[in-house]
Design a protein around this ligand. Sequence first.
Ligand code: 3H9
Length: 706
Amino acid sequence: MTELVTLTQDGEIGIITVNNPPVNALSPGVPEGISEAITRVIDDDSIKAVLLIGGGRTFIAGADIKEFGKITSGQRKEGIDFKSLLRTIEDCPKPVAAAIHGTAFGGGLEVAMAFHYRVAAPTAQVGQPEVKLGLIPGAGGTQRLPRLAGVARAVEMCAAGNPVGAQEAYQFGIIDRIIEGDLLAGAIAFLREKLASAEKPPKTRERSEKLGDPASNNAVFAAAREQSKKTARGMIAPLAAIDAVEGSTKLAFDEGLTRERELFQECLFSDQSKALIHVFFGEREVSKIPDLPKDLPLFEINKAAVVGAGTMGGGIAMNYANAGIPVIVKETTQEALDKGMATIVKNYDNSVKKGRFTREEMDRRMGLISPTLDYAGFENADIVTEAVFEGMELKKQVFAELDKICKVGAILASNTSTLNIDEIARAPSRPQFVIGHHYFSPANVMRLLEIVRGKETSKEVIATSLALARRLKKVGVLAGNCYGFIGNRMLHQYGREAQFLVEEGAAPQAVDDALYRFGMAMGPLAVGDLAGLDVGWRIRKEHKHLETPGTRRPLIADRLCELGRYGQKTGAGWYRYGDDRKPQPDPEVEELIKTIAAEAGLKRRTITEEEIIERTQYSLINEGAKILAEGIALRAVDIDIIYINGYGYPAWRGGPMWYADTVGLKKVYDRIMEFHREQGELWAPAPLLEQLAEAGKRFADFDQGK
Ligand code: 3H9
């Protein structure tokens, strides 16, 4: 036996324990260890039944994701032969059970389903989350799960990838018993019962009573395919998962496994899976900051306050309440405060109506939010987030006021999306406590928290902010201080190109549609209308001094604002909006564009979808490379995680920097050089991009210090 898998005995019950921290993944050695243990059990007359349990905090959380990259890059020849291993388990002549706590995910659940029985702790979760990695279950999950849980549940679990709790899993038939109290003792008692009952141990693969009939199954598959096309637009794995489950209803078990294997291999070698695996590790990587020691003491966050109850302030307050942290929300007028609180109530109410939580839970969360018109209670806050209008003078005034009221050690965070955090930090007498906490609208929904480090921000404040992000169920990514930080600085270039394309001849809808088809959640012009064109207008006015005279700048958005077309909120922006809030092309805007282009002496032409994608994506990538070289972003993957979680970038493309690697940096660089020649200085190539492209390297190599 290996150290990874041990076999011990409690009387006549054999206990196989997997010890592969932190999540007992099926890394090399683990499946082999389980196989060896089962063989021994079969040969050992003193063992009458056996159970498999995870050591530490969880059952097996799936295949070792790191191994997939080794297979696709040719470093390792083949994956593990799960088919034979699981058949050996299923054919074991003695009763075998899996005892589940923590998470039985992916290959973990697939192993468990080959056991005759499954028992679980009440807090356990089971699931087939492979689609989130651009994969499908590859060890029989699409064949055994429908046999245990029925076709509809199996399709849902394999195509959407969401886990289910022990109670639900029990109701679905995945779990045979929930064990309160000590799991090991309960599982042993369960197996003794089975030994005493002389019941023939059931083999999942031989069951068919839940496989349904063709008519109802066809309806299930058709509905699932429709649903997937909407909720996982552009992704291949969910559709492949549905095909594989369909195989379980139409093919013999072994043939179904073969079909699953083919589909799994296709997904494994796809760009989408490589991108999603990059995102999986990236989301964990971003919290690792080279100059922050692991054992840094953190500030305790038990009470929070927010200045401003507008769209952002209200959303931020909800994040705290959702995490169980009491929060005060301050506004300057009763009217604004009432409006802000009413929006919070409306948002929570919608969640209750959608069944996300109960009305009691809503009341509990509302009870944690205290509205106020003055700074009463701020003296006790461990953290204050400023979310007032985006103007330097106003922000400085707020920070000067906070300095007088807040206790020593309170973190003073600004939700600024563009402004210089070091200048804000000069307003109070404690710049080491000032940090940027840039949330994304709607702040209670979007997962990204861009954490902006000022020159003097203390390491403890940064580490506390990263830990707080996790508590608020956000992905915290650290950024350096510059105009727009990482996300908006890049967005500025992207938005600029989107507008230039319109000025040069593309219809607004053509730009938005091309990017939507690329996979973006929304096109950039429609996003502008949603967020309010006046927001950018105000920021541009504030930063007028930063413009380089003589360089081309976008003209249309300002003119739309001058006409009072602020976007959805005024019923008109780039598009016109009816009651359904769907963007309709507006002839008035088309005329305006032509007039502006003529005034600027621009010759309009036909623009291809390819050019739309290249100019918008490559402008993001070029700026990203500059940001990376300046150290504003620590790694290319940090930029990717920001774009996926804050800007609706398709995760299956891996983020803009990973996308650049997929296209090939030489190709990206050469095209940027063409744009540079055609369009001038705004397209000056980033030296880092040039360097990597010439060396035949990728941003991923830069991240790995290669
Ligand atoms: C699969 O099973 C395919 C099959 O069909 C079979 C095909 C043949 N592998 O998330 P955490 C690392 S596909 C390798 O922070 P938590 C993770 O990177 C797989 N490493 O903890 C991190 O490392 P570090 C299907 C893994 O408590 C550390 O463990 N399974 C794996 O917040 C701690 O992770 C999944 O997709 C892995 N499978 O959450 C499950 N999992 O400390 C993926 C984790 O260096 N995993 N690591 O940054 C998860 O969803 C969460 O990790 C879990 C724990 C919920 C389990």
